[in-house]
Design a protein around this ligand. Structure first.
Ligand SMILES: [Mg+2]
Length: 307
């Protein structure tokens, strides 16, 4: 079945939610433990990490929803509104929230502006805990809305990251990721490679070096893909692009990502957005989608974001 832009846009948001919800029950677990207890994680499981019902989404999808709703309501990128929505969400007491996200949003709650809070939080953080994947996991809605404006998409992805994650590796990971999604949506033949040709020289070394093995793998060459499953933005970006762009099916991509263990919900979410953009919403298992309460809103938002 030929994919159209709407199906692919819905695939992005629904794939993100599928990966998030599939990974949620096994978050923080080592891959051998996951395998021993569950075998392959191919079904939405109840209980587990965070003790939630099957199909429960986490901060990854919740924050993407904040962004998507704001874009649809305002018809443009309003960072102050998005920051305010993040703060409202934090005040609702979510069961899952990243440390840097929580600290930066607390600053905004205390009166700092959205563009100062993330910057100051970053300056106050040590190397090793200052470049998490907390902005990458939520940024996909911009790729749909700004798919035809590559320069703007880069700027907005970076600014949105900086609300909570100002490190250049985080900002540029979001930009590169969203450009990849936009290329998939608009049918660009070499979705990742063209971006490297275009903005490769601007990328921080760590980000550029992480993407090299993914392009090699896409060309059937042996690829040195890191098996690191921590919350570091660069390895999450690599894992998401690798599984999302090389798996044979959307389901395989998301399951393989979750089976890496560690930060499974976010690695799953990032992978799911790529796989959804590539294969469209129809490739996501119906048995997963029926478990996700937010599926119909995500579908509607994706449609609205196209227009
Ligand atoms: Mg999460």
């Amino acid at each position: 079945m030929a994919n159209d832009c709407r199906s692919q846009a819905q695939g992005i948001l629904l794939g993100l939610a599928c990966g998030d919800a599939l990974g949620r029950p096994v978050e923080f677990q080592a891959p051998d433990r996951i395998k021993r207890i569950h075998g392959q994680v191919t079904e939405m499981l109840a209980h587990g990490t965070h003790g939630q019902p099957a199909g429960t989404i986490t901060d990854d999808t919740e924050m993407a929803l904040c962004i998507a709703r704001s874009l649809v309501e305002h018809g443009t990128f309003e960072p102050e509104d998005i920051a305010a929505r993040f703060v409202d969400w934090k005040q609702s007491g979510p069961f899952d929230i990243g440390i840097m996200t929580s600290s930066a949003l607390q600053r905004i709650q205390n009166g700092e502006s959205w563009d100062e809070a993330g910057q100051r939080e970053w300056q106050a953080s040590m190397e090793g805990s200052n470049a998490g994947n907390g902005s990458l996991m939520r940024c996909a809605p911009y790729a749909i809305a700004y798919r035809n404006e590559p320069a703007e998409l880069v700027d907005i992805s970076r600014q949105s990251s900086a609300i909570t994650h100002a490190d250049p590796r985080c900002q540029w990971s979001c930009a590169l990721f969203n450009r990849t999604l936009a290329n998939l949506l608009t049918g660009v033949e070499r979705p990742l490679e063209t971006i490297l040709d275009n903005i490769g020289s601007e990328l921080p070394d760590d980000v550029r070096n992480a993407v090299g093995p993914v392009t090699a793998a896409r060309h059937g060459e042996p690829a040195d893909i890191s098996l690191e499953n921590s919350g570091y933005v660069v390895t999450t970006l690599q894992a998401g692009l690798y599984h999302g762009l090389t798996a044979e099916t959307a389901e395989d991509a998301i399951v393989d990502a979750v089976m890496m263990g560690g930060d499974t919900d976010t690695i799953g979410a990032v992978t799911g957005a790529v796989a959804g953009a590539r294969f469209g919403d129809g490739a996501l298992p119906e048995r997963w989608l029926t478990e996700i309460n937010e599926a119909s809103e995500l579908r509607q938002l994706a449609t609205d974001l196209i227009e």
